[in-house]
Write a protein that binds this ligand. Structure first.
Ligand SMILES: [Zn+2]
Length: 327
């Protein structure tokens, strides 16, 4: 089954084995973040963030970035992933003294090699980190203006949704638009519909990262639907951090029933003990969806992808051919 993903953070895709390999490469000790089964072990949200930061800290060179992108995408391609947009931050490379160009070269080479080997097409979304504030976000957007790159196709905002206001990031988004980047933003994950409304008002995103709290506000549902805004849903992530109890109680089906364009992604897969294949399978089983329903998620992702039209057309044809042959 062909799958597509619009929402995963590059450092969040690092599997425990890869983290151990990079820690060894840089002679850093990170054994405290693993449980007895060898997986990441955390229980509260602050602990998750700490574990995430520890894992990110072992990514220091262009080669490391190549390795993590190549490793994740080749594993996901085996599950059927044909298109992936990854969130990349220029702030982490900056923190470890890596230039924006060197960092992008590493990731971009991995995307090229993955596409040559598996056919999976990868693109990147340059992402500001909300809790680090608007000035840092503008520095991130400046990078897009100064160093345009064919694989960087979008601009995003991630991080702590309860810090700063969306309007604080208007300038960063304007700079990113100047650089030709399309717009997405995390909103309505830990904060409620008011956060979604403020984000739509200030930043005019074409897509919302999560947006799961949307259903609490009927007016907002109409606005998102009429505006053709696509939601990047990550059910396993929401369940892992306690927003919903299970795939059965996750509102993914309610979104489908209301005719809102929704897609499926993993966010930070090994941290939430999931994969893109598992997300599709869990949603299919929990909500009794048909294969045709499941393919709608993939088609929605391709329609809302920030890639060029030629690539979109080719990917769409691939999925439509699969549907004709298999459904
Ligand atoms: Zn995210």
């Amino acid at each position: 089954m062909p799958l597509a993903e619009l929402h995963c953070h590059i450092e969040g895709t690092i599997a425990p084995d890869m983290a151990r390999k990079l820690a060894k490469r840089h002679k850093v000790k990170i054994s405290h973040i693993f449980g007895p089964d060898g997986n990441y072990q955390w229980s509260t949200f602050p602990e998750f963030l700490k574990t995430y930061d520890t894992v990110s800290s072992v990514v220091c060179t262009p080669e490391d970035y190549y390795d993590i992108a190549f490793d994740y995408l080749t594993r996901a391609a085996k599950e059927g992933l044909i298109y992936s947009e990854m969130f990349v931050s220029s702030e982490h490379p900056e923190d470890v003294g890596l230039s924006f160009d060197a960092f992008l070269d590493g990731v971009s080479a991995a995307l090229d090699d993955v596409e040559a080997k598996t056919g999976l097409v990868g693109r990147l979304i340059l992402t500001a980190i909300r809790h680090r504030g608007p000035e840092r976000a503008e520095r991130t957007a400046r990078n897009a203006q100064l160093h345009p790159h064919e694989k960087v196709v979008g601009f995003g905002l991630a991080g702590d949704e309860n810090q700063f206001e969306p309007k604080d990031f208007v300038r960063a988004y304007e700079m990113a638009s100047d650089a030709g980047l399309r717009r997405t933003a995390h909103a309505g994950e830990v904060a409620g519909p008011e956060s979604i409304r403020a984000t739509l008002d200030a930043l005019h995103p074409e897509r919302l990262g999560h947006g799961v709290r949307l259903l609490e506000d009927a007016d907002l549902v109409s606005r998102v639907k009429d505006g053709g805004v696509t939601l990047e849903l990550c059910p396993g992530s929401n369940i892992a951090i306690g927003i919903f109890d299970s795939y059965e109680t996750h509102p993914v089906k309610a979104f489908l029933d209301q005719g809102i364009k929704v897609t499926l992604s993993t966010d930070d897969p090994p941290f939430f003990h999931t994969t893109i294949g598992q997300e599709y399978a869990a949603v299919e089983v929990a909500h009794g969806l048909s294969r045709r329903d499941m393919m709608q998620f993939t088609l929605n992702s391709i329609d809302a992808a920030f890639c060029d039209e030629k690539t979109r057309k080719r990917l769409r044809a691939l999925v439509e051919t699969w549907i004709r042959k298999n459904i």
